[in-house]
Design a binder for this molecule. Structure first.
Ligand code: C2E
Ligand code: MG
Ligand code: MG
Ligand code: MG
Length: 276
């Protein structure tokens, strides 16, 4: 009887795994078509100054509506893309859309805002990454201060020396970079000192639990650490007035989150800043 039970459990998991593999293959397949057909779009989430609630920049986030699969979340397709090489095409497509937007605004004589782009650590395996980025930005004639590099999690996929050289090169050319989702996953304290980041983005899971006394102490320490290292601390995932107030009290002056603005299509972001 117990054997049969074990048998059921095992076959259940095997089935799950098959389904997962099938799903991943489908996503990868559709992603290839999707990139060709320009199915990806950019959403922008405002980054705000916490004391004034003024918009000081945006983060660019990839969105994908596939006619076959429907909306697929970045959490799913970015990870699949990172493990299959497609991430280079995705990040390139998103980056180019951001640059085109900046270029349009510049042409129309509008004020530009810094936009943070998420860059997968996978890019650091390619020595040409910095040059590709520099070339693209030059093509669109955008000042480096309007582009920021967010290095996303997945430090398991990280080639340290290459990353350092690339980030240093970008820094020399005026590009600032931040360490994303700080405090979770594979990020480590030593990266703050060993890589030329100018900004720490405190992971939203920490902000979510900031009213736990232990978590409060951790977030406060990260903000102080950022200050002593001459870096900016940015809180992500601020959802409530209470979280917002606590962050201000701690001395964190920049943040993002649904409490202020959700990520939105470029046209919506445009309306928001032009109405100011
Ligand atoms: P991330 O870079 O840490 O982005 C923050 C995520 O938190 C975004 O999820 C955003 O929509 C969400 N968020 C913002 N404010 C709140 C809030 O108040 N509450 C909650 N619960 N969530 C909030 P999203 O857009 O689903 O992206 C997930 C992750 O996918 C990103 O995390 C980033 O690591 C990756 N990603 C997204 N776009 C790109 C891209 O173009 N390239 C690369 N390489 N990665 C990307
Ligand atoms: Mg990010
Ligand atoms: Mg993040
Ligand atoms: Mg993330």
């Amino acid at each position: 009887k117990s054997r049969k039970k074990i048998g059921t459990v095992i076959s259940y998991f095997e089935k799950e795994t098959d389904q997962q593999i099938q799903r991943e293959l489908n996503v990868l397949n559709e992603l290839t078509t999707g990139l060709k057909n320009d199915e990806l779009s950019v959403y922008l989430q405002p980054k705000v100054h916490l004391l004034t609630k003024e918009i000081i920049g945006f983060e660019a986030l990839a969105r994908w509506y596939s006619p076959v699969l429907g909306n697929v979340s970045p959490a799913e397709f970015i990870s699949i893309a990172e493990h299959s090489g497609k991430i280079r095409d995705i990040d390139h497509a998103i980056f180019e859309k951001v640059l085109r937007w900046q270029w349009e605004r510049k042409k129309q004589g509008h004020q530009l805002y810094p936009v943070s782009i998420n860059v997968s650590p996978v890019h650091f395996y390619h020595d040409s990454f910095a040059d590709d980025l520099l070339t693209l930005v030059r093509q669109y004639q955008i000042d480096p201060k309007f582009i920021k590099i967010e290095v996303t999690e997945n430090f398991e996929l990280f080639d340290f020396e290459k990353a350092k050289n690339i980030l240093l090169k970008l820094k020399e050319h005026g590009y600032e970079s931040s360490i994303d989702d700080f405090g979770v996953g594979f990020s480590s304290l030593s990266y703050l000192q060993r890589l030329p980041f100018s900004e720490i983005k405190i992971d939203k899971s920490f902000i979510n639990e900031i009213h736990d006394s232990g978590m409060y102490a951790i977030v406060k320490s990260i903000v102080q650490l950022a200050k002593s290292l001459n870096m900016h601390a940015v809180a992500e995932g601020i959802e409530t007035l209470e979280q917002y107030k606590t962050l201000v009290q701690i001395g964190c002056h920049t943040g993002q989150g649904y409490y202020f603005h959700k990520p939105m299509p470029i046209v919506e972001a445009e309306k928001l800043i032009n109405s100011k």
